[in-house]
Structures are given as C-alpha cells and as structure tokens.
Design a protein around this ligand. Structure first.
Ligand code: DAH
Length: 358
C-alpha cells in the first residue's frame, strides 16, 4: 500500500512538472501503457491471495483512475497554454495607429480654396478654370486694358519667349482672363468662381511670384452693385466665421469694371497678431466692380441687355489672416515642419454643415 502511495505521489509530481505534451505522453506510457508500472502491477493481481487481491485490486484501479485523470487535466492545461502563447505572439492589434509613416497634410492654400468653394457653392456658384499660360488678348486686351497702357506694366508681368510666328505669351497676372473665356463660350446667366494660380514678378513678406486668386463673375440682366456688396459681405462673414465683421467699399480703378471698388475689413494689430473684425484699422481684401460694357462687348454680349459684377481676391492673403500665418514666402518653401504645423488633416473637409475650419 505504501508503495502505491509513493508511486502515486511520484507520478503526480512528474505530471505536474511536464513541460509539454510529448513529455506528458511519455509519462502516460510509463505508467498506463502496456508495460507501464501500473499495468504491470495489475498483472500481478492474478497471483495474489484473494485477501490481497481484494485490497490491491480497488487500490490499483483507483491509482489508474487518479493518474489517468491527472494526465487528462494536465493535457488540457498544456493545450490551453500553447494556444494562449500563440495568440499572444501572433496578435495583430488593428486598433493601433500605423507607426513610422508620416501622414500627409493638406496645404493651407488648398484648404482655404476648398472653404471658399464650399461657401460660394452654397450660394449657387459653379467653378470655372483656365490656363496658367495666357495670351495678351485674354489677360489684357479683352479686359479693356488699352494698348501700351501703363496698367499692363502695373502687373509686373512675366513674359514668355515668343515662339516662331506666335504672339508672345504671359504667365497670367490674374484670374480675370477666365471671365473672358467663360463669357465667350457660355450664354448668361453666368454665376462662377475661378480659383487658380497667378504670377507677378514680386517677392517680399506679403508677395510671392506665384500666388492664388479666387475670381467671381455674375452676368445676367438685373444684378447690380447691391447684389455685389451683399454677396461679398455674406462671403467674408462666413469665411472668417465672425457675424459682426465690418466691411467698407472704397472707390478704385480697374480697366475691366465701372464703377470699381476695393473692399476692406476692419482689423487691429495686437502685438504680432492681426485681429479681424474689430479695431480701428482697415485692410484691403479684394477688388471688385460692375463689369465694364467694353468687356461685355469684347465677349460678344450686348451691354444694353446684359450686366453683372465681378471680383478678385488673394487666397494666400486670406489664408494668412484667417490662420495667423506670418510670412507668405513660407507657403512655398516646401518645409515639412511648416506644413506639419499649419497643414490640415485630409479628413477635415470644409463644409458649411459641420463648420468650415473643423
Ligand atoms: N484682377 C484684379 C487683380 O488681380 C482683381 C479684380 C478686381 C478682379 C476687380 C475683378 C474685379 O474681377 O472686378 O488685381
């Protein structure tokens, strides 16, 4: 009996220590296999006296059951541990953000163009585009710039080397030539905005040789200066997200509009910061006016029948003001740290329903 107790203790401790299924199976064979210790002991039952057998029979059976159950239990535990280990090492946490990949940012100019487009789309404007390389006719002549008029020089135009037999081309100095292209190809009513790149030979803190404009054009039979003011005031309040933003219209001169004006917004400078909408200073934001009858005529429209208004504004400048970006030249320096700081998340799509600036 004591032998059996010692055997049970020994086997149970071997089972407990078994590191894996293979070792456990060896223990099983050595105890319960055909030639295992327990099986061999059972074979001796036949030679025992009935008295001995009566005692040893149930004891051996019990030992066999205890060891069998212990092996089964250990087997299950080992299998579970193996599964756990596999799950732990092969785990992919799909909720983790991607590491070591720099995410792209949307440039403030792109973002502000999208904001402007969202605002004017809601008012019913379509988007029109035209080429960056223009001819003299679309950039100047059709817009009522007289030949050899100093206004052509006013724009610090980049002229391209003329090709054989062709007039010299220019990098467009403003988005206004797309007004001409639209009016020559499309019957009124016209209600468009024209976002695009523009070029002038100029560079300082608030000027770069390439910059961006959003032009606007409305042509129909009834639109007047009041509509122009209403449209631009509504736009600027929505753009800056300031309800009581104050504007003023100052008479100005452009060859392609009559009357012409510039629109200013009230602002103040506090330290290095420019605050839009309050204060006692005025900042020029855009040029505008009623489309000149000569421009309508140049596009084949009868000025006695049609009329309308137009404007042009600098996108980069409005982006600087809205997002407090101090130097325009940084916009085009392609400095990744700058873009990381001033750029926008690609998911941050401007729309009027959820708020413009996210
Ligand atoms: N083209 C002008 C510029 O670049 C801006 C402008 C002023 C556009 C008045 C217009 C306008 O359409 O009506 O300075």
């Amino acid at each position: 009996m004591t032998d059996l107790k010692a055997l049970e203790t020994d086997l149970l401790s071997q089972i407990a220590k078994a590191p894996d299924g293979a070792v456990l199976d060896e223990i099983r064979v050595s105890a319960l296999g055909k030639k295992g210790v327990i099986s061999l002991q059972m074979k001796t039952l036949g030679k025992m006296s009935p008295q001995e057998r009566k005692e040893m029979g149930p004891a051996l059976n019990n030992l066999k059951n205890v060891i069998g159950a212990a092996i089964e239990e250990k087997k299950t535990a080992l299998e579970e541990a193996t599964l756990e280990a596999r799950l732990a090492t092969e785990k992919i946490d799909v909720t983790l953000p991607v590491r070591d990949i720099k995410r792209g940012k949307i440039h403030p100019v792109t973002q502000v163009m999208e904001e402007m487009t969202a605002i004017f789309s809601a008012m019913g404007f379509d988007v029109a585009e035209g080429p960056d390389i223009e001819d003299d006719f679309h950039n100047f002549t059709a817009l009522n710039f007289p030949p050899d008029h100093p206004a052509r020089e006013m724009h610090d135009t980049f002229f391209l080397e003329p090709r054989e037999g062709e007039d010299r081309k220019v990098l467009r100095t403003h988005t206004s030539p797309v007004q001409i292209r639209t009016m020559m190809n499309q019957k009124p009513p016209i209600r468009i905005i024209i976002p695009g790149r523009t070029f002038r030979c100029d560079s300082d803190q608030t000027h770069t040789p390439m910059f961006h404009q959003v032009e606007g054009l409305v042509i129909d039979k009834t639109s007047h200066m009041g509509h122009l003011k209403g449209t631009l005031e509504a736009f600027i309040k929505t753009f800056f997200e300031i309800d009581n933003l104050e504007t003023r219209f100052r008479p100005h001169f452009f060859p392609f509009t009559e009357p012409s004006a510039e629109m200013d917004v009230r602002y103040e400078r506090v330290g290095n910061e420019v605050r839009i909408g309050q204060g006692d200073q005025w900042m020029e934001i855009l040029g505008c006016g009623m489309v000149h009858p000569n421009v309508l005529k140049n596009c084949g429209l009868d000025p006695d029948e049609y009329q309308g208004f137009a404007w042009g504004m600098g996108v980069d400048r409005l982006a600087m003001l809205k997002y407090g970006i101090p130097d325009l030249r940084d916009f085009f320096a392609a400095d990744f740290r700058w873009l990381e700081h001033y750029g926008f998340d690609a998911n941050d799509q401007p729309n009027l329903a959820t708020g413009l600036s996210g």
